[in-house]
Design a protein around this ligand. Structure first.
Ligand code: NAG
Ligand code: NAG
Ligand code: NAG
Length: 431
């Protein structure tokens, strides 16, 4: 007891007052490629501010959801009951921001268009007068620009402000993903949808769904229902049926995120063998079967037929695009250790310039051994935000001290939007 008391006193005497890292105000994460900022600022009043969508045929309905989402995000940033106004406008006050005009340079896509590899995500955002403009060649660029616009708005006392700003932005890499493993532990659809929201807040564009593995087979196949009837942790409560899969794909699509399912094969398939043991190889020892099963049996034609049938169903019904991929494994890392990810430069590996040109991007990978629905959000965020910035921003955006202040604001921003991101820098507070 005495020792504890002494330790406590030392700790109190040692501590500094206030947060360890002071958050920025209205800085964008991931940092835009080109941005000019000014000290001049506009007041944003959610009650009177409006988005002005383009009048191309079809676009209003595709965009409507996004504009509603961002209107709500902006309105929710305003305190419900403003305190007595203590804050007064200063010399740099430039007026009230009334409108953000949205210009789409291309035709609007069909309502059911899916994001694809290499889609243009570029946009230009200009807020220098009481009418701002967001213009982009594609709908995906508009979505990225709306996210940026929402992040520029910050609270000063009880008033929402946006500084005069011009941004021209585009990603450094086309493939910026998050991998979630739903086999080691089942993650309910609601949790997956939260990750998709957080991905949009970080401009990640690929949800890599590591849907099956050794431990369980949660995908409910129409062609082979016994796979999940026997191979899932629970045949009803721990599965994704066709409706669930559709919900995930649609939620992702509206946010410009591709869904890539991975049915891990030919190894990591123990869960397949519960219903279909003939798919797997028989293990032998001293010439006799051991009773154990190995990876998928590549010597049988029936294995290929089975996979062809399953993947035909998956690609058709789910409108998934299949991808074969390889990646470098890194240790799993807690949110506070986001700095390990941040300090990782994607092209910093032994290889020629020609080889480096072939890198498409990267992914933050959350393997499921030690995460379930209760801890996966803080395990992933804001660690994946660090990855998102290294994959989106210019190669020279790597100043850790600078990033600390911005990610402090960004983690609070995610918290405010309902994402349980961990505090990234130790003691501090969110407004
Ligand atoms: C935004 O404007 C305010 C008020 O003039 C100024 O104090 C602040 O430094 C500006 N922020 C940036 C990022 O330029
Ligand atoms: C990084 O490079 C871009 C483009 O070359 C430049 O506009 C920007 O100012 C640089 N940023 C930093 C932090 O050096
Ligand atoms: C990194 O950012 C900090 C804080 O914004 C700044 O003080 C420092 O000069 C920057 N370092 C370099 C090398 O640019």
């Amino acid at each position: 007891m005495l020792t504890l008391l002494i330790v406590a006193i030392v700790a109190v005497c040692d501590a500094d007052l206030g947060p360890d890292v002071i958050a920025t105000k209205g800085e964008v994460w991931p940092k835009p490629q080109r941005q000019e900022k000014s000290q001049n600022y506009f007041i944003v009043q959610p009650q009177t501010f409006n988005f002005m969508p383009p009048d191309n045929v079809g676009c209003p309905s595709f965009l409507r959801g996004a504009l509603t989402r961002y209107s709500n995000i902006i309105a929710n940033q305003q305190p419900v009951k403003p305190r007595k106004r203590s804050w007064k406008v200063g010399d740099n006050f430039a007026g009230f921001l009334e409108i953000l005009n949205i210009e789409l340079e291309e035709e609007c896509p069909d309502e059911d268009v899916l994001p694809g590899f290499g889609d243009v995500e570029e946009y230009t955002l200009t807020v220098t007068a009481t009418e701002g403009t967001l213009s982009a060649p594609t709908i995906w660029g508009v979505l990225r620009g709306l996210e940026t616009f929402s992040q520029l708005i910050y609270l000063e006392e009880d008033t929402l402000l946006i500084n005069a700003t011009t941004i021209h932005d585009f990603p450094r890499f086309p493939h910026r993903g998050l991998l979630i493993d739903t086999s080691r532990h089942f993650e309910p659809v609601e949790v997956i949808l939260q990750h998709l929201d957080a991905m949009a807040y970080n401009k990640l564009n690929v949800f890599h769904w590591h849907i099956t593995d050794d431990h369980s087979f949660p995908y409910k196949s129409r062609t082979y229902p016994e796979l999940s009837n026997q191979g899932a942790y629970h045949p009803v409560a721990k599965i994704y049926n066709q409706e669930d899969v559709k919900r995930v794909i649609e939620h992702a699509r509206l946010r410009g995120i591709r869904v890539i399912p991975e049915f891990d094969t030919p190894a990591h398939t123990r869960s397949w063998g519960v219903a279909y043991p003939e798919l797997l190889t028989t293990c032998y020892e001293n010439g006799a079967p051991t009773g154990e099963l190995g990876p998928m049996d590549p010597s049988k034609d029936s294995t290929y037929d089975f996979l062809t049938n399953l993947f035909t169903e998956v690609t058709k019904a789910g409108k998934f695009a299949l991808l074969s991929s390889c990646w470098y494994l890194s240790e799993l890392v807690d949110g506070p250790d986001w700095n390990i990810f941040y300090k990782c430069e994607p092209l910093d590996f032994d290889g020629s310039d020609e080889q480096k040109k072939l890198v498409l991007g990267g992914e933050a990978c959350m393997w499921g051994e030690y995460v379930n629905q209760y801890n996966i959000i803080p395990k992933v965020w804001p660690g994946a935000s660090a990855v998102a910035e290294r994959l989106w921003s210019n190669v020279n955006v790597s100043n850790f001290t600078d990033a600390q202040k911005r990610i402090e604001e960004h983690a609070c921003r995610m918290n405010r939007r309902g994402i349980g991101a961990l505090p990234p820098n130790g003691p501090g507070f969110c407004l």
